[in-house]
Design a protein around this ligand. Structure first.
Ligand SMILES: Cc1cc2nc3c(=O)[nH]c(=O)nc-3n(C[C@H](O)[C@H](O)[C@H](O)COP(=O)(O)OP(=O)(O)OC[C@H]3O[C@@H](n4cnc5c(N)ncnc54)[C@H](O)[C@@H]3O)c2cc1C
Length: 452
């Protein structure tokens, strides 16, 4: 598998991974074909996930700037077409309690408002996709359960709930183990939960295809099969992007490659993120008796409190999507050990499913930043190159807000002064050894989740 720490391109025209989403979503909508001659554009966006698509859509609709998206493979071939589809009011991995400690309440509130706006924008765009295209993003019922995986985490969850209410007026419902069992599902690993009434699950690939349709209706050009393999600046300070069948000369460039950013791609982002594999399995559809025995009543989305988190949801056809960490390097990504490991945990959590199997398994590179936050910044002195990355596996809704802010940056409009937008991605110290650090963190996480 493509490994962003090892390879200089994610390929060219590669098909979607064999995911449940790619298998169940029908055909991709029309695009504008690969770049096949030299062209000059005002703005080139590299990467066609949610960040790139949102940036292009907002540039066209709010600033009258028609951009070209250059995508190595297919639209949303990276994380955006292969994630779990949880729309949550959050991003990154840094808890609000640490933000308040580091920057104070006002800044934390500014960040909270940005993530809220992200969800609002996604909800509005989903409504537009349903009105303006023939795509159904398959939103499920509202509700996100953050579940304590052991008794000692219940108190921590309740503290989180109190903090959200006190600082932001964001109410969550507190659920006991008994309530979870009776009203949601009967799992061995649920000792209590807080429930957010506004998180929900969607079909992530169809969502990206919906954004693609809206963007093309607004005049954006989308070019799959067009990896940027080389990048220079000419004497007139134009950005020269080489693709296999044509050179794109751009006034401005947006890097929207996130966890899929190739090795040595641009000085502004090199050695500033750690691509980490997240793995998903999708089970066979549950039978009537399996549904009854697990009391699996909910299609709310669920995540636990582990340092190495597991997440799951019941899909519209009664399959269970179950996810967690994957391999460390791309060469091990397809080792069946990682999917089987998830299956073992699914079976253990829900004993009536002890003979269930999975029909789909795949993985994708999330982008972890050193400070656990995404960064949406101008990359050069001139103001011609911009980037957004580092959502730490939490970007379905926020990448859209980031794309909107990127568009404002490109259009020369000031954006709010919060740490996401005012500080560059910090460099990893000893960047060559990032994976050794990741291995160490995984081992620490295993000990913490079990014993601490
Ligand atoms: C298994 C998994 C589950 C997840 N689940 C959730 C979830 O439930 N909720 C949530 O909020 N987040 C989730 N995430 C994270 C979320 O999917 C991402 O944060 C989000 O999709 C990032 O979007 P993006 O547009 O920035 O990047 P991506 O969607 O990764 O897009 C980057 C694109 O750049 C392209 N590219 C790279 N290099 C080049 C080049 N040189 N030339 C041209 N194109 C290039 C790639 O091909 C890729 O398509 C999950 C991620 C994974 C992997």
């Amino acid at each position: 598998m493509y490994d962003p720490l090892k390879h200089q391109t994610p390929g060219r025209g590669e098909p979607y991974p064999a995911s449940y989403w790619a298998d169940s979503s029908g055909s991709a909508p029309m695009d504008d074909g690969s770049i096949n001659s030299d062209i000059s554009v005002d703005v080139a966006i590299i990467g066609s996930g949610y960040t790139g698509l949102s940036c292009a859509l907002h540039l066209a609709e709010q600033h009258g700037i028609k951009s070209h998206i250059l995508e190595a493979n297919q639209t949303a071939w990276g994380c955006s077409g292969r994630n779990a589809g949880f729309i949550l009011k959050s991003t990154g991995r840094k808890p609000y309690s640490s933000m308040i400690k580091q920057w104070g309440k006002e800044t934390a509130r500014g960040i909270y408002n940005e993530v809220c706006q992200g969800v609002k924008t996604v909800n509005q765009l989903i409504d537009r996709i349903h009105q303006q295209t023939d795509i159904d993003c398959e939103p499920q019922s509202k509700g996100y359960l953050r579940v304590a995986h052991k008794a000692s985490m219940v108190k921590k969850l309740y503290q989180q709930s109190k903090l959200l209410e006190k600082e932001f007026g964001y109410s969550t419902e507190i659920l006991s183990a008994e309530q979870i069992k009776k009203q949601y599902f009967d799992s061995q690993d649920a000792f209590g939960a807080i429930r957010f009434s506004d998180g929900y699950g969607i079909n992530p690939l169809k969502l990206a295809w919906g954004y693609q349709q809206l963007a093309r209706q607004a005049g954006v050009k989308i070019h799959p099969g067009s990896p940027v393999t080389n990048w220079q600046q000419n004497e007139s300070k134009k950005q020269i992007l080489h693709t296999p069948s044509g050179i794109v000369t751009a006034d401005k460039v947006v890097i929207a490659t996130n966890g899929y950013t190739p090795k040595g791609f641009h000085a502004a982002v090199d050695n500033r993120t750690l691509p980490v594999l997240s793995q998903i399995i999708v089970s066979e559809p549950l039978s009537g008796s399996q549904l009854a025995e697990t009391n699996f009543l909910t299609d709310n989305v669920v995540m636990d409190t582990r340092a190495l988190k597991y997440y799951f949801r019941k899909l519209p056809d009664n399959r269970i999507l179950f996810g967690g960490r994957g391999a460390i390097s791309g060469k091990d990504a397809d080792d069946p050990y990682f999917a089987n490991r998830l299956l073992k945990i699914l079976r253990k959590s829900f004993p009536p499913l002890n003979s269930i199997n999975f029909d789909y398994s795949w993985s994708g590179w999330i982008s972890v930043s050193l400070d656990d936050l995404p960064h949406i910044c101008q990359a050069d002195q001139q103001g011609d190159v911009f980037y957004s990355m580092g959502y730490c596996g939490n970007g379905v809704s926020f990448a859209v807000q980031a794309g909107k802010r990127l568009a404002e940056r490109v259009a020369g409009i000031e954006i709010p002064d919060i740490p996401f937008y005012s500080k560059q991605l910090p460099k990893f110290p000893f960047a060559k050894f990032r994976r050794v650090g990741q291995w160490g963190y995984f081992h620490y996480g295993m000990v913490k989740d079990r014993w601490l």
